[in-house]
Design a protein around this ligand. Structure first.
Ligand code: MRU
Length: 352
């Protein structure tokens, strides 16, 4: 299957990173044309590009564009400029490991090319950044196929946040099984949690599923329990921003509550995770840095007028960690991992 949409692309001739501006959806489908490091940093921070794989792809292109603009003539000077861009982009968001993974992948490629000319190093970095995108396309298709095997005609899934086409190279992780199943002629319906406070479910998941012709029902986050209790949900599929070695999984705030409910109602809970999102350096979820964002996202954003007294305290963690014991399976490009996750994750990473 072809990518459904192209949320992140590079125009190398004009040195522009082209991003679907996800903050304008579903009202407007508009693309940003970014040339400066500051605008790329801001696009990641403000969630104009978002979703762990898409952030990784954007960071790969971002660090390439930063290095491309360098006037260095030696490896040492070039590496200094590269590192400056890498460190800067790495400071944009803390939780999605794909950001750091992509930047490290670019750094390793540069290290391999260090004996070449600066021009050759630039072209190797271009190749590597393109490869990050191409690899993600394959990974998402593969996750889609493994996930679709779990779906029978007529099933309904529930998802949280947006782990769809626009959060990746263009096919999705948690929504990829739905797209593959649809392609196989299965009729799959989706309940989308609206996903407070930034409404990725209402604005993004609902938009891309409806555009793709998938039967979609939008619910508020606090309605997940009733739809599960009423027997409307056969399985939960969510994405992730970082998976620890023991299977604990960070994903959009509210995901852990969905997992707890799923366990209560006996509904399988699957995490769709490219291997680039598994952080074997994190032993457990306690090692995962949870991003905290401004309280105005809760009180003001998306409202015409502020919805809370200006003096109220706010707490706005952007992610939470789902305990590995609540996860039925982790769907990767290498297959569906089952508990014991420390063992199954170690085996796909060939850890002793
Ligand atoms: O803050 P966001 O919108 O970047 O959070 C995104 C998520 O939590 C997604 O579920 C995750 O990154 C997986 S995207 C394939």
């Amino acid at each position: 299957m072809k990518a459904l949409i192209e949320p992140v692309r590079l125009n190398d001739e004009t040195s522009e990173l082209i991003l679907l501006d996800q903050t304008l959806l579903p009202g407007k489908v508009e693309y940003l044309h970014l040339t400066t490091q500051e605008s790329i940093w801001e696009a990641i921070y403000k969630l104009q590009v978002r979703g762990a794989p898409a952030i990784g792809i954007a960071a790969g292109y971002g660090v390439y564009l930063g290095a491309k603009a360098s006037n260095a003539t030696t490896y040492e000077e070039f590496k200094k400029d590269f590192d400056k861009s890498k460190d800067y982009l790495a400071s944009s968001r803390p939780t999605a490991v794909n950001l750091f993974w992509a930047l490290e992948r670019m750094a390793s490629r540069l290290e391999k090319e260090k004996s070449k000319t600066v021009l050759e190093m630039k072209s190797a970095l271009l190749e590597e950044s393109n490869q990050i995108l191409l690899d993600d396309e394959e990974v998402c298709q593969s996750i889609g196929k493994f996930g679709a095997d779990l779906l029978k005609d007529g099933m309904t899934i529930l998802t949280h946040c947006n782990a769809g086409a626009i959060a990746t190279s263009g096919f999705g992780t948690a929504l990829a099984p739905v797209y593959v199943a649809k392609d196989q002629g299965k009729n799959i319906s989706v309940y989308a949690d609206e996903t407070r406070p930034l409404l990725q479910g209402a604005r993004l998941t609902a938009w891309e599923l409806v555009e793709s012709g998938v039967d979609t029902t939008l619910i508020c986050d606090n309605m997940a329990s009733i739809v599960m209790k009423e027997g409307k949900i056969d399985a939960i599929f969510v994405g992730c921003d970082r998976v620890a070695l023991n299977g604990d999984t960070a994903n959009k705030i509210g995901t852990s509550g969905v997992a707890i409910l799923a366990k209560h109602y006996g509904i399988p809970f699957y995490v769709c995770a490219p291997m680039s999102t598994i952080d074997i350096e994190c032993q457990t979820g306690a090692d995962i840095h949870i991003e905290e964002r401004p309280g105005t996202e809760i009180t003001d954003m998306w409202y015409e007028t502020p919805m809370a007294p200006s003096k109220v305290n706010t707490y706005n963690p952007a992610f939470d960690v789902t305990d590995h014991e609540l996860i039925t399976g982790i769907i990767t490009e290498k297959g569906i991992l089952r508990p014991n996750y420390k063992e199954s994750i170690s085996s796909i990473f060939d850890l002793a």
